[in-house]
Design a protein around this ligand. Structure first.
Ligand code: SAM
Length: 220
């Protein structure tokens, strides 16, 4: 059995009792960063062997993991923060498990996209999730342009040093479009900032955007 175990996105208190019980039952854990997962395990006095599982070894490791699952081992998959596979490693492994008819079971918990959406004030009943924008500016702008026609809320993950560029591009494409910037969710300096794309681009041109962010684009 492979368990997909969601972990806190900033507040260690957001780890469920069920997630703790599942970890205690695992033969080993696949962790994006064993140090980060080690902090979580220590906090909950949990012990379980950890193996590194990240973007660079996912393919190679997956074959070994499939063999272990076929032997009947119980394995947990954890990312640094939030729900594994969502803009995080693990999707290839999960697809392979299904190919081999091995059971995959999710242990739900924090996810930055849905945490941001539910408190953003934007339409939560219809949304698209873009994850991280492509690295190349041309491709990123093209995707943003297309996303502006989506009849619902668009959710984007962004790294702190790229937020300004994305806000500037959005201001160029549709200056009046309402945006929400959700920052540092579940942490001490959590904030939701709302405004037109133009206002947001101007505001964050001056301010240094600190911490992790989710950008939400309102529907037209
Ligand atoms: N799998 C994770 C999830 O379920 O949310 C997302 C992992 S992805 C590598 C990291 C991105 O998620 C960050 O760049 C940011 O966009 C978003 N994120 C994660 N934690 C966040 C937080 N506490 N506040 C705001 N955004 C966060």
């Amino acid at each position: 059995m492979l368990y997909i175990i969601a972990t806190p996105i900033g507040n260690l208190g957001d780890f469920s009792p069920r997630a703790c019980a599942i970890i205690a039952s695992c033969d080993y854990l696949l962790c994006e960063d064993t140090r980060r997962s080690g902090i979580l395990l220590n906090h909950y006095s949990l012990k379980c062997p950890m193996k590194s599982f990240h973007a660079h070894n996912e393919k190679r490791m997956s074959e070994r993991v499939i063999r272990d699952l076929q032997q009947g081992l119980t394995i947990g998959l954890l990312s640094d923060a939030g729900t594994p596979t969502l803009s995080d490693p693990g999707a290839t492994l999960v697809a392979l498990c299904h190919e081999h008819e091995l059971t995959v079971s999710p242990i739900p918990g924090p996810c930055a996209a849905l945490t941001a959406l539910c408190a953003s004030g934007l339409n939560p009943s219809r949304f698209q999730f873009l994850g991280f924008l492509p690295r190349r500016p041309g491709k990123a702008k093209k995707l943003l342009k297309e996303s502006l026609d989506y009849p619902g809320t668009t959710i984007i993950y962004e790294s702190p040093h790229r937020v300004k560029h994305t806000l500037t591009w959005l201001a160029e494409l549709d200056p009046e479009r309402c945006l929400v910037l959700a920052r540092e969710l579940t942490k001490k300096f959590e904030s939701f900032t709302r405004g037109s794309a133009q206002d947001m681009a101007t505001r964050y041109e001056q301010d240094s955007v600190l911490g992790e962010c989710v950008i939400l684009i309102a529907e037209k």
